[in-house]
Design a protein around this ligand. Structure first.
Ligand code: PNS
Length: 165
């Protein structure tokens, strides 16, 4: 069984993420969507909220599992005997950082290959940060995120805004 890991912050999941996950699910027998928990980098959503949104957004994909991990991706890949780490590439600006991570992960675990999927053109501009900013400023995010998670995002941003006032 060939297992792939789709790692990320997913703060929150966007349609661009979902596109990459769906395409990875067609290429591999099993895909683990891994929410990387970084103690130094606090997102808007906690790990459980991110996982919960991802589980609902990927409920139609029978070979996709969602998990979170607070260690090294290379170690998780070894534990799960993963064949590949799958990442989406939107533009050349993503490349340098992704290339650096891919080389580091190979150094830490040479049993796993990083595979890049070029983003679908309709999602080239999309990022979690952009979604949060548009939502904060009252814009329409319905084209940016899976419908089943839209209200979670709006409610959370609204609650944060109220608390900041
Ligand atoms: O959504 P992002 O910011 O592109 O995801 C980056 C992520 C989570 C894939 C990366 O930071 C990561 O792999 N974190 C896990 C900890 C780790 O292994 N760090 C070393 C990476 S070379």
């Amino acid at each position: 069984m060939r297992l792939a890991i789709c790692p990320g912050s997913f703060d929150p999941v966007t349609n661009g993420h979902l596109d990459v996950i769906q395409r990875a699910a067609r290429l591999f027998d099993k895909v683990v969507v891994l929410v990387a928990v970084n103690a130094d980098k606090h997102g808007v959503f906690c790990a459980e909220e991110r996982c919960d949104m991802l589980r609902r957004a990927t409920a139609h994909l029978t070979n996709v599992e969602v998990a979170s991990y607070d260690g090294l991706l290379a170690d998780y890949a070894r534990e799960r005997h993963a064949a590949a780490i799958v990442k989406g590439l939107r533009a050349m600006s993503d490349f340098e950082y992704e290339f650096q991570m891919a080389l580091t992960n190979r150094k830490l675990n040479d049993g796993v290959e990083t595979v890049f999927l070029t983003t679908s053109t309709e999602y080239m501009y999309l990022s979690s940060s952009l979604v949060k900013e548009v939502a904060r400023l009252g814009g329409d995010i319905s084209e940016f995120v899976p419908p089943c998670v839209m209200n979670d995002i709006l409610n959370k941003i609204e609650r944060n805004e109220k608390n900041d006032r």
